[in-house]
Design a protein around this ligand. Structure first.
Ligand SMILES: *Cc1c(COP(=O)(O)O)cnc(C)c1O
Length: 397
């Protein structure tokens, strides 16, 4: 059998420490490695495989589009991107879209849009307020937006125009707002930063502040959008309407795509000011359309809400049993447990050996981001494995 890890080490830049597993196939909430071993997948391509692996609706849409038109250029009209745009606008509070290829690129577009807005309406204001422990992507500007030292320090000096402040503090945003501020950019729940759910009222206060100051509110819904936290968009749970949101991850259930959505007020790009070669690519848009249509028609956000509550209850039960679990948090199918000490890696490895894939977001925090189509039976299976691994960890305490 080919030693894939050895070949990878030979050819790849060392940007990531991979887990010792080569995945070759997936179906629903399950994946298989190159030795034929089966795993229950509670990572889902990092909150990407919303319909699970190789969902028939997605596979069929991809096959049909692949045999029809894969890529044109944005000089021409293509049908899948217009159909997708219409579906997104019909089901959100937004009026206009811009398609790109990833989350970071969508956020870059949002910041460019906010700077255009600043030039047009705010005497050239260009600064964007973001938060510590956020995650907005890996481009240089998004590293500056992402308020985490470990992502920023290797690349200083960072692009100007970002101010990082505490999350879940309206006072911090108020204090950082100056005549140079054109926007506030936040996650509806900080995901990569440890699944930090803001207090009730925070986003509403930020919305009010942005209205008062005439600045834009950008919500990065790359992880919280498309049903992940129990509603089609995260903002719907907070009683607010942002001016701009960004989506990527789950939108096409595994095919790369990003999108920037704006309300009329923030629809300020002029022709030629922004663009992308692959953005709105017919293949990606057909995949996203099939995914989004399925998500809406089958109330997948409702499933994520219901099964997410069930997952949370099972995690709470584990917390009652093991005193080294100090917190259970999240919404929908974006959940986490926090340990008193840095034991997430050990638990992750134990789960992996027993056929369950989970994700570590911090040395003491595990994240659960399964496909949104899972049911209680899969949660039971995953939690039984986790309970067994935690039992082992308790014995060696
Ligand atoms: C993953 C993520 C991004 C970055 O998306 P990429 O597609 O990796 O560029 C940005 N913001 C949030 C909230 C994310 O979860």
């Amino acid at each position: 059998m080919t030693d894939w890890p050895e070949l990878e080490q030979k050819y790849f830049m060392r940007t990531i420490k991979r887990l010792p597993l080569t995945l070759v196939r997936g179906r629903g909430a399950r994946v298989w490695d190159d030795a034929g071993r089966e795993y229950l997948d509670f990572v889902g391509g990092w909150a990407v495989n919303s319909l699970g692996h190789c969902h028939p609706a997605l596979v069929q849409a991809l096959a049909e589009q692949a045999g029809t038109l894969i890529q044109a250029s944005n000089q021409f009209y293509t049908v899948p991107q217009i159909r997708l745009a219409e579906l997104l606008v019909q089901h959100s509070c937004f009026n206009k879209v811009f398609f790109c290829n990833s989350g970071a690129e969508a956020n870059e577009g949002a910041v460019k849009l906010a700077r255009r807005y600043g030039k047009l309406h705010l005497q050239g204001a260009f600064e964007v307020i973001t938060t510590f422990n956020s995650f907005h992507g890996r481009t240089l500007a998004m590293v500056a937006a992402t308020g985490q030292k470990k992502f920023q320090e290797p690349y200083t000096p960072l692009p100007a125009g970002f101010v990082n402040v505490d999350y879940d503090s309206i006072e911090a945003i108020r204090a950082a707002t100056t005549a140079q501020t054109c926007a506030v950019m936040l996650e509806a729940i900080q995901a990569e930063g440890g699944i930090n759910v803001p207090s009730d009222g925070y986003l509403r206060q930020v919305r009010q502040w942005c209205d008062q100051k005439g600045i834009l509110l950008i919500l990065d819904e790359i992880q919280t959008g498309l049903g992940r936290i129990g509603t089609l968009f995260g903002y719907q749970q907070y009683g607010i309407e942002p001016d701009v949101i960004t989506l990527a991850k789950g939108l096409a259930s595994g095919v790369p795509i990003g999108v920037l959505l704006a309300r009329k007020k923030a629809d300020v790009f002029q022709p030629g000011e922004h663009g992308s070669t692959f953005g709105g690519n017919p293949l990606a848009c057909a995949a996203a359309y099939a995914t989004l249509k399925y998500v809406i028609d089958n109330d997948i956000p409702g499933n994520a809400d219901r099964v997410g509550r069930y997952l949370s209850a099972r995690l709470e039960a584990l917390k009652s049993k093991f005193d080294f679990i100090v917190d259970v948090r999240g919404r929908g199918l974006l959940r986490a447990i926090e340990f008193r000490r840095d034991m997430a890696d050990g638990v992750l490895t134990g789960c992996l050996e027993k056929g369950l894939l989970v994700n570590r977001v911090k040395p003491n925090v595990l994240r659960f981001i399964p496909p949104l189509i899972i049911g209680e039976a899969e949660v039971d299976q995953a939690m039984d494995i986790l309970a067994e691994v935690l039992g082992g960890a308790a014995r060696t305490e």
